[in-house]
Design a protein around this ligand. Structure first.
Ligand code: ZN
Length: 314
């Protein structure tokens, strides 16, 4: 009894320490802003994370929530209540990632949530703190409110299998959450369809009726942001794919690709910190993409990732 009580108290201490560590992990800047972009479109956010809202005479359309712990989503709701005498009618969820939809359920008394159909299992089964969409679509849909038309577009699986773009052509604004990356890198490619991501970047770079692009992170930008990220992903993919076709091990591929990418994309934010994860997860994507001519050792990928000495070197 005594021993198990000790073990439990030790576990509680460890858990408390972890909880305290987690609580201390991120200090929120609280640099909350609302910026007018065009006649009806506004950008809001803090801590380098941004959503948008569209203000009309008949109501407001909010795009996205915010980090769960930042307090910025709750702040926005209070600001909208105080500034305007029209209710939030729609909440568009750009995609299922929690940092972009947390607290969107705070509008559920007046608004219906809108998202891509594929978002549902992610929100429900991952138990996201989010509104559950009452309106879903597959390829595209138009949303009309107070004389403003929004085109919601799904370009296939990209940064997730449910990421959508919000285009307001009459105001030449494109809200491209987690698509307009520019020279900013994702930590890895864990839920990205890389080949379709490349296709989508070109489509968005050439979309008509766009002057201003609003990314989910970073400053207001233009369509060059799609091409900048396209160049990075295409070079990384093509380089790793060639090493795989040449029969190089993951270890060899890592060191050779890392040198090239660091040199070519030295001005991309986070390249030093993230290049290794980007290479390994791109390798994993391409491992599942291609079939080599030589036979593969059973469980090769798992063994290779766990211990580089196990990588095939022929
Ligand atoms: Zn995301």
């Amino acid at each position: 009894m005594k021993r198990s009580a000790l073990a439990i108290s030790a576990l509680v201490m460890v858990f408390t320490c972890i909880t305290n560590l987690t609580a201390q992990e991120r200090v929120w800047r609280g640099d909350r802003t609302i910026e007018k972009i065009s006649e009806h479109v506004y950008r809001w956010g803090s801590d380098n994370q941004f959503g948008a809202f569209i203000l009309t005479d008949e109501g407001i359309i909010v795009v996205d929530g915010h980090y769960c712990g930042s307090g910025t989503a709750e702040w926005l709701k209070a600001e909208l209540d105080q500034r305007y005498d029209v209710p939030v009618k729609y909440v568009i969820l750009s995609h299922d990632h929690q940092d972009h939809n947390c607290h969107t359920d705070q509008y559920s008394d007046t608004a219906v949530a809108v998202a891509h159909i594929n978002i549902l299992p992610h929100l429900i089964d991952e138990n996201r703190n989010s509104a559950i969409p009452g309106i879903t679509f597959d390829d595209e849909m138009q949303l009309h409110l107070g004389g403003v038309t929004l085109n919601l577009m799904f370009l296939g699986p990209t940064h997730s299998d449910n990421l959508i773009q919000v285009h307001i052509p009459e105001e030449r604004v494109l809200i491209a959450i987690d698509s307009a990356k520019g020279k900013n890198l994702f930590p890895d490619f864990r839920d990205m369809d890389v080949n379709n991501q490349l296709k989508a970047m070109r489509t968005l770079a050439n979309l008509e009726d766009v002057d201003v692009v609003l990314p989910g992170h970073g400053p207001v930008t233009t369509q060059t942001a799609f091409l900048e990220y396209y160049e990075y992903v295409r070079t990384l993919k093509d380089t790793i794919l060639q090493h795989m076709r040449d029969g190089r091990s993951l270890q060899e591929t890592k060191s050779m690709t890392e040198a090239l990418m660091r040199e070519t994309f030295h001005d991309y934010n986070g390249i030093d910190r993230l290049i290794e994860y980007n290479i390994v997860t791109m390798w994993d994507y391409l491992y599942r993409y291609r079939e080599p001519n030589v036979s593969i050792k059973h469980f090769e990928a798992t063994e290779c990732i766990q211990d580089s000495r196990e990588c095939r070197t022929n």
